[in-house]
Design a protein around this ligand. Sequence first.
Ligand code: 2PG
Ligand code: MG
Length: 438
Amino acid sequence: MPNELISDVNARRVWDSRGNPTVEVVVTTQSGRVGRAIAPAGASRGAREAIDMRDGGSALNGMDVKRAVKNVETRIAPAIIGKNVLNQAEVDQAILDLDPSKLKSELGGNATVATSLAVLHAAVAAKGVPLWRHCADLSGNEPSLPLPEIQIFGGGAHAGRRVDIQDFMVMVPGADTFDEVMEVTSEVYRAAGAIMKQKGRLAGVADEGGWWPVFDHNEEALETLVRAIELAGEKPGDRVVISLDIAASEFGSNGRYRLALEDRELGRDEMIALLGRWLNDYPILSIEDPLAEDDPEGMRAFTQEFGSRVQIIGDDYLVTNAALLEEAVRDGACNAVLIKVNQAGTVTESMDCLAAAKAAGYGTIVSARSGETEDVSISHMSVGFGAGQLKVGSITRSERTAKWNECLRIADEMGQGAFVKGAPLASTVWAQKVGEEA
Ligand code: 2PG
Ligand code: MG
């Protein structure tokens, strides 16, 4: 494949699902192949993730990205023009060499991630294969269709902190196909909306399209979710299970956790006890960031107590960083990691974290951000990386359904057999559940 060298790198300002500006990059090769990608944006961000460059000031609430766009065109472009798009690692390294700051604060994580992803797309155009296939080639993993985690109620930073807990989601590990997951989840989502309407508490949707959480206490969301699963004709914990993102760094620090909705503050041990009771009382098979990013002691204790029966995902806690992942493995903290390309800032660094997680036997979940666009790169990554799981938000709003619908197209390309029932949770959790029932 000759002449797959980068000839042009252009950037523009586009808009995300919260109406905020974000960065789009277009990479063109000498033979005229084009790759294009857009940076997503988080709201509940880890302290150690790559920092988006925002312009500050009063316009657009300080969120403008003109400096990041300029950085792509004046600083990144000269460093990567002439490089081969098929060599993702080399291009990403050239970007990293430009920004010695640990968190990409000089170029902006939004500038680096959009460029890195655009290079990935240009390589796909050059190879003439689907993106998921290229991701499998790059990572050396067997492609597979992911098990979705889909939001029913949104909370925390995605819903004006109306409740403290951020994501109340369902997974359908008992489904035979990706299509079946979507159908079952749609029924649960609809049922949850019907319950809220009947209670006079339907108040629109949160940032990721989950129902806006008008509840009097956090656990009421769990109770309602169980009722919704039942109303959808399912037995909770059978084919459908619950997944939570506590996003505890948003309301906890220094081992103290403040549940504003309930006007109480919990110590580390009380927080662990509360979550432990939820794990006993509800069919929860996955829990993300149960303790805060500055609470390794809590995360270790939680993993020790519950890690053999529930998936414990580090998001803010691990920020898609291979070194932090390896430290967590040594520490016995978490047993799974969220993979968000813009937390790392480049495709290569995200793949490094994924590889470290797989080597340690940790679960891997490719994830969207709460601020998203029509970009569907992560659907292909979850497949090509053989990640096993994909988290995108709810089953509504086009920036979310774009990702799920892309997976359905890939399912048709790959054949439904590429979805392996329950497999992503097989490490211990799903196997144990099925074992208990047998
Ligand atoms: C998370 C994500 C997605 P944000 O915490 O997992 O739900 O949220 O993009 O705001 O960090
Ligand atoms: Mg999270």
